[in-house]
Design a protein around this ligand. Structure first.
Ligand code: EPS
Length: 404
C-alpha cells in the first residue's frame, strides 16, 4: 500500500511529508528530489516568495546508504520566510505564526477573499482570523506533494515509466496542439511551454495582468509513457484508475476541471470518430515493440490511455483547467468577517500573478503518486526486485496468451 500525508503552514516553521509503501532497495537521494523541488519554484509570474525559499528536501528517515529500506520516508522542507520574514503588516512571521502564545500575533485577516478557502473555512472552523485558514490552503503545501511525487517518479523510472508536465494555455493564450511536445524545450521555457512564440505571448499576458493588478489561470497537461496495460480496474467505481487520477488532479489548488485524451470535445463527435481503432498485428511496423511491451496497438489515442478505468498501454494524457489565483492585487469587493459589512477590496498579501507553470510540475507529482500506487497494487513487492519480477511475469503471461 502506497500513501502519503503532508503537514505544514505556508508561513510556519516548515512542511513535512511522510511517504509509506515504497519498496526497499530503491536508489534515492536528496539531489534527485531537489531537481523537482527546483522545477516547482520556477515560472514567470511567481511572486517574491520564491526568491526567499530554497525548498531543500531534508530526508529524515526511510533511506540508508542511498537505498530505501521499506520504512516510511519522511522529508522536511523549511520555510525560510518563517525565520527571516515579516507578514503584510510588518509582524515577524516568528511571532505571527508562533506555535506558543504570542504577544504580537499581527493583525487578523478579516476582508475575505472571494475564490479562496477563507469564507467557508472561517465558518466551518469557527475562526475570527482568516490566517488560520489561508496558511494551510496556500499552494505552499504543494512543495510537500512534489517531494512525495518525486519519490514516486524515482520508483516508476525503474520500470521505464516517464512522466512529463507542460503548460498548454495561460490567460487565454493557447499553445498549438502537439502529440509529442519537446520536453527539453518545456524545461527551458519560463512558462513550461514547448512553443517559443507561444511562451513569449504568455509572458506578455502575465506582465499585463501584473500591470492590471490581476491574476491568470490556464491549462496544464501531463503525459505518462511506458505504462503496462491493465493498471486500475473496471470492477468497482473506486478502483478505476480514471477515478483516482481525476481526484488527485482535482485536489490541486485552483483546479476546476480535468479531462483525459480528446477530452470534452469528444462529446460532440460520433463514436466512429472517437474510439481508438485496434491495429491487427500484421499492420504493426517492423520497429514497433512486440507484445512483451505492448500487446495491442492503436491508430489514435483519443482515450488518453484509459479504457474502462484501466491503462491501455498507450500514453496516459490528462489535462487540468486552473482558475486564476484568488489573491488579487486589486482585490474584489467583499465583506468584513467581524460585522458582515461591505469593504471595497478583499485582503491582499504577496502572491503570484499566475502559478500555472508550477501547476504542471505539481500535476506531474500527483499523477506519479497515483501511478506508483497502481503499480504497487497490481505488482506488490517489499523489495524493488520483487516488484520487477512480478511485472515481468505478468508481461510474459499476456504475451503467451496470444502468440503461441
Ligand atoms: C507558494 C507560496 C506562497 C505563494 C503561492 C505559492 O507564498 P506567499 O503566500 O508567502 O507569497 O507564492 O501561493 C499561492 C499560489 C496561493 O494560492 O496561496 C509556494 O511555495 O508555491
Amino acid at each position: 500500500m502506497f500513501r502519503f500525508l503532508t503537514a505544514g503552514e505556508s508561513h510556519g516553521p516548515g512542511l513535512t511529508v511522510i511517504v509509506e509503501g515504497i519498496p526497499a532497495g530503491l536508489n534515492l537521494n536528496k539531489e534527485y528530489l531537489s531537481r523537482d523541488m527546483a522545477r516547482r519554484m520556477q515560472g514567470h509570474g511567481r511572486g517574491g516568495r520564491m526568491k526567499i525559499e530554497t525548498d531543500e528536501p531534508i530526508i529524515r528517515s526511510g533511506v540508508r546508504h542511498g537505498l530505501t529500506m521499506g520504512s516510511p520516508i519522511s522529508i522536511l522542507i523549511d520555510n525560510r520566510d518563517f525565520a527571516n520574514g515579516n507578514g503584510p503588516d510588518g509582524t515577524p512571521w516568528q511571532q505571527a505564526m508562533s506555535i506558543g502564545p504570542s504577544e504580537n500575533p499581527g493583525a487578523p485577516i478579516t476582508h475575505l477573499r472571494p475564490g479562496h478557502a477563507d469564507t467557508p473555512g472561517v465558518v466551518k472552523y469557527l475562526q475570527d482570523d482568516a490566517r488560520n485558514i489561508l496558511e494551510r490552503s496556500s499552494a505552499r503545501e504543494s512543495a510537500a506533494r512534489v517531494a512525495a511525487g518525486s519519490i514516486a517518479k524515482r520508483f516508476l523510472e525503474e520500470f521505464q515509466i516517464e512522466i512529463h508536465g507542460h503548460v498548454q494555455a495561460i490567460g487565454g493564450v493557447h499553445a498549438p496542439s502537439s502529440n509529442k511536445p519537446d520536453w527539453n524545450a518545456v524545461e527551458t521555457s519560463v512558462v513550461r511551454c514547448a512553443d517559443g512564440e507561444t511562451s513569449a505571448r504568455m509572458v506578455e499576458a502575465i506582465d499585463k495582468a501584473r500591470d492590471d493588478g490581476d491574476s491568470l489561470g490556464g491549462i496544464v497537461e501531463v503525459v505518462a509513457t511506458g505504462l503496462p496495460i491493465g493498471l486500475g480496474s473496471h470492477i468497482q467505481w473506486d478502483r478505476k484508475l480514471t477515478t483516482k487520477l481525476a481526484g488527485a488532479v482535482m485536489s490541486m489548488n485552483a483546479v476546476k476541471g480535468v479531462e483525459f485524451g480528446a477530452g470534452f470535445p469528444q462529446a460532440d463527435l460520433p463514436g466512429s470518430s472517437v474510439h481508438d481503432v485496434i491495429k491487427p498485428v500484421s499492420e504493426w511496423g517492423s520497429e514497433s515493440k512486440g507484445p512483451w511491451e505492448q500487446p495491442y496497438q492503436r491508430n489514435t489515442n483519443n482515450s488518453g490511455g484509459l479504457e474502462g478505468g484501466m491503462t491501455t498501454g498507450e500514453p496516459l494524457v490528462v489535462r487540468a483547467a486552473v482558475k486564476p489565483i484568488a489573491t488579487i492585487i486589486n482585490g474584489l469587493p467583499t465583506v468584513d468577517l467581524r460585522d458582515g459589512q461591505f469593504v471595497d477590496r478583499a485582503h491582499f498579501e504577496r502572491s503570484d500573478i499566475t502559478f500555472v507553470p508550477t501547476c504542471s510540475v505539481i500535476a506531474e507529482a500527483m499523477v506519479a503518486i497515483v501511478l506508483a500506487e497502481a503499480m504497487l497494487e497490481k505488482f506488490g513487492g517489499d523489495h524493488i526486485s520483487e516488484t520487477k519480477r512480478n511485472l515481468q511475469t505478468y508481461r510474459s503471461s499476456y504475451a503467451n496468451t496470444r502468440l503461441p
